[in-house]
Design a protein around this ligand. Structure first.
Ligand code: AMP
Ligand code: MG
Length: 425
């Protein structure tokens, strides 16, 4: 019988049998839909949620022309000439929330606080530091330009002006913006439901007590914790389906349960080609495979497709490969499905301090530490050995060093692309 070799991650000459990352991204994109359902939530429940539709301002902001500084509201025509002073009569006070309701006349001033409505007839505030008050008389210095220290009605936003686009992630600034416009509630997309399970006969779930001793060959199931933590940060609803052994029947059962319980299913382990690996095969039997072997490292055995109505990701088992494939494939897919405006991950160039080993024909996501040196140059150093099982390489790193397919090696001093974890991990 002819011996047929399978392409592997150690096999450079046949890397063309692996799907390029860009092609896989495109196939994935075609499978994505946006969650339709929305809900109306009180504003204090909206952090991390996605705004359902475009919002425009129901009013001018600020609503009234007001003082930007503490001082005296006056008419610009009463400002002194250069090198001179001017004495005005203080005829009232305007406080934030308690305006002076009269009309200011020439030769008059109103003591005014920051945020207080500018009296009719006034157009300039002379800050308190540039004045001297004696009884009802205020003397102005010549330091103020006409129209200074005033915030005009509508200068931030006009009534009817677009404020936030549908798809905006509601973070503290957006929540403050909505509150400033009087929105006590917002319509947001419903949370995505994501089911998670780990596969592997060697996996030991964490016990409640810290006493668990591992038998030879066993490892703690860490991937489910990493995945649930990343999903929690993303603000999706997590359905934790636990650990599944390496059996065809258990894998089928969990696939069916997961597809019924969630919009997206994410598993780890068992995605490769050994007899103990049931994930890719089961995806082919019960659903549809979009791709399952990629020209990337780590993360070559990444199975992606649909099962029932759910999008499915079978991530590799190695802990670093789980994080890399999550951030490169699962995260953007989930963001899209959550209805978020598309965001490309922040990527910039840094000077690499050491030579890096890299194989031609696949994208590599190496772990690095990016920093700015005394000379102001952005540089990146590797975290060292890049084994996909070393999760310590992720805890030490603060960025991915993204090395494209066509690159064969990196010399010390070369510019490389880095993606900082902040905002990602
Ligand atoms: P697999 O992809 O199933 O061949 O697993 C590759 C490697 O990742 C093996 O060394 C597994 O023991 C390890 N691994 C798989 N799943 C997990 C998990 N949930 N937590 C920690 N390590 C895992
Ligand atoms: Mg396994």
């Amino acid at each position: 019988m002819a011996f047929e070799r399978q392409p592997s991650c150690q096999d450079l000459s046949e890397s063309s049998a692996l799907m390029p990352v860009a092609q896989a991204r495109e196939l994935l994109r075609q499978r994505l839909n946006v969650i339709e359902e929305t809900e109306v939530l009180a504003l204090d429940q909206c952090l991390g949620r996605v705004l359902a539709s475009d919002l425009s301002s129901p009013m001018d902001v600020p609503g009234h022309t007001n003082a930007a500084m503490d001082g005296f509201a006056i008419r610009a025509a009463d400002l002194p000439e250069v090198g001179k002073t001017e004495v005005l009569e203080v005829v009232g006070e305007s406080w934030a929330g308690r305006p002076w309701t009269g009309a200011l006349k020439s030769g008059q001033a109103i003591k005014i606080a920051t945020g207080a409505v500018m009296p009719r007839g006034s157009d300039t505030v002379v800050i308190v530091e540039h004045t001297q008050l004696k009884g009802e008389q205020v003397t102005l210095g010549d330091d103020t330009q006409p129209g200074r220290n005033v915030r005009h009605a509508g200068e931030d936003l006009r009534q009817g002006e677009a404020v936030l686009a549908g798809g905006t992630l509601l973070m503290p600034a957006e929540i403050g913006q909505l509150a400033s416009l009087g929105f006590a509630q917002a319509e947001v997309r419903k949370r995505l439901k994501v089911a998670v399970f780990s596969t592997g006969d060697e996996l030991v779930p964490l016990a409640q007590s810290s006493e668990t001793a591992l038998l030879p060959g066993q490892v703690f199931d860490s991937n489910r914790y990493t995945l649930c933590a990343m999903l929690q940060r993303l603000g999706v609803e997590v359905v934790d389906l636990g650990v599944i052994g390496d059996s065809a029947q258990a894998t089928r059962d969990v696939f069916e349960l997961a597809a019924r319980s969630a919009d997206v299913v994410v598993s780890s382990g068992g995605a490769s080609v050994s007899d103990a690996d049931h994930v890719s095969r089961t995806l082919g039997e019960l659903g549809e495979v979009a791709f399952w072997r990629l020209a990337m490292r780590p993360g070559r055995p990444l199975a992606c497709g649909n099962v029932g109505g759910a999008l499915f990701f079978g991530l590799p088992g190695n802990p670093v490969a789980v994080m890399v494939t999550f951030y490169q494939f699962v995260l953007p897919a989930l963001q899209h499905m959550m209805g978020r405006l598309v965001q490309e991950p922040l990527t910039f160039k840094a000077r690499c301090e050491q030579p890096l080993r890299k194989s031609l024909g696949r994208v590599e996501y190496q772990r690095g530490i990016v920093s700015v040196g005394d000379d102001g140059q952005t540089t990146v150093t590797t975290t060292g050995k890049q084994g996909a099982g070393r999760i310590s390489s992720m805890t030490r790193a603060n960025c991915f060093i993204v090395l494209p397919e066509e690159l064969a090696s990196v010399k010390a001093g070369d510019l490389v692309d880095v993606q900082p974890f902040e905002g990602l991990i």
